[in-house]
Design a protein around this ligand. Sequence first.
Ligand code: ADP
Length: 670
Amino acid sequence: MLAQQSIAIETTHGLRSMRAGVRRMLWLLPLLASLLFVVGVLAWAYRADVAEREDRRTTLIADALSSEAQLRDLLGVEMARLLELARHLPQQQRTSASLAESPEVTEGLRRIWLGVTWLDANNRIIAHAPEQSEGAGLRVGDQADGPGVSAHLTQAVGNEKLVLRYSPALLLRRGIPWWLTRKYDVQLIDSNEQVIASLDQAPLRTEAQGHESYMVAVGANMPGAFLELTLREVAPPFWRTLPLVLMAGFLGLMLAATLLLRRQVVRISRAENAWRTEAAWRQAMEDSALVGLRARDAEGRILYVNRTFCHMVGLSADQLVGLRPPMPYWPPDALDEVMLRNKRNLEGRAPRDGYEALWCHKDGRRLNVMVFESPLIDANGTQTGWMGSIIDITARKLLEERERHQTEAMAHQARLTTLGEVASALAHQLNQPLTVIMGYNAGLQRMLTDAGYDNQAVLHALSQQGEQAAEAGRIVRRIREFLTRRAPQREACDLVAVARRAAELLKRDLQAAQVSVEWALAPNLPQVFADPILMEQVLINLIRNAVDAMLGATPHDGSGGRIRMVAQRSGERFVRMDVEDSGPGLSGRTVDALSAPFYSTKSDGMGMGLAICRSVIEVHHGGMDAGTGSLGGARFSFTLPVFDAQLQILQESGSELDDEDARANSEGEL
Ligand code: ADP
């Protein structure tokens, strides 16, 4: 199964990287297509060139053959005329003048004839026409008309013969149509490739120059002569034709365009990579953020939520994006109120420093959130909606709630303790007058009875009075018993930790009064044997008194006061704690005066705090003292016995130390 999965993952990975590779090479495609196109055009051009060359060759051959036939015909005609002349010759005078006058000669000379020579059997000239050329034989380079040599035709007349000298150049001129001379260079050559006649002043004559030519033998009337047609135009090689030159240019352009494209692709892919990295960073940041993010458009439709937001409300991004108010995470029992708040927020009137809201998780759990709204600005700088940052403050709220409960419980406990002390004090104070009342009442009743006074109504009233006084005493005692301070639950307790907890509980009061707390703690302090809750109350009382004294002494000008908590050993058996302040001090008042019940200098003070503290400390076999501290203000100190396991066993078995002894002990230590 795992192997299959990993194969599948590898395959997808392979496919993806292959696709990415293909995409990376896409820029080459236009160049490859152009190359293909150019190769196609080249092949086509090559084939067309081959076909054209064949065509040209065929036409050349055909033209050469037809021209040769034309020359042959012309020579045939001239031969026939010479034959005619030969036939009339026997009737002629054997003079040059007579020969020149014969019509065949005059006509022939107008055509291509250069001269006619009548030779006897010994090749001696009998006559020659025209006359001026008399004596001239068959001479090479005889330029009668046009370039080239002259040629001759011979016709036997008995044992004599007629030699006709004619101009091959004129023959060519007459025999070859003009349009052919435009296309070809036409010449007659001998077997040694010497030019006999040419229709051009500067014959091309060479195939090495690329001119194509064809040679054909002229025939029996001109033995050893060849007619040669040479194409005037040299066909350029097919790769030098205009379309192919254009193609080469096109290819060059394509190459340049491809290079540009490649550069662009590289740039784009770099930008894309940078964008991907940035997106991944942003995603990672959004996903790792403890703050929920929610983007909404102007109508409140959710455009985006991050992972934290989804976790907060227990819904996926797919379920949330696109939703319009009311949202599924709004508490259904307060929809109207939330809708109003939502309207206010969308109108841009959300409080700048955020607002608290109560939301519902999908599983029904309620959560307290703090929402901060800020405008959502698009790339053009226009506001398209709102971006909300949401912090889950449920845990903080719970903590606050717990703290509040604790403070309330503490206050309640303090009130109960105070009440107990008050009741105790009252009982102590009232007991005496009540006892006196009862004493007087009993004495009065006895005196009246002894005196024989028998007014039953008065006696009854007096007896009622006595009973009521006794009842009042009982009630006071009962209340005292009921509200009397709880028996301390002594145990091994870390006094410094208790003091820190007390300061922590008063953190808000201290912050409000701008009072700082310093700690001067001796190392390795032993645990004390005390009730941590009662000790906490003692310390709270002392710290609060210090704060009150500093607040009362200096008007709240922001300078703040200082409290110094000092913990150290006091002899072998006690730990001592001092609470010092930078307040006005005690003005010489002793601890006895300050801790007297109902003594207070505060307008709303009850005057029981120090009394209770002292009695609590004394119940723990410690001692209390007051004086001037190191900060210049008051110092309240108390000692508590160090925890001793054996002492605890003794205490638990009921053999408590005598309170007075303990007090003496502790006071001795102080
Ligand atoms: P209450 O706080 O109700 O006045 P207490 O018994 O706690 O009762 O305090 C009695 C009096 O002792 C106070 O009214 C005050 O005058 C004085 N006192 C207590 N603590 C200090 C202190 N740190 N500095 C100056 N005076 C103090």
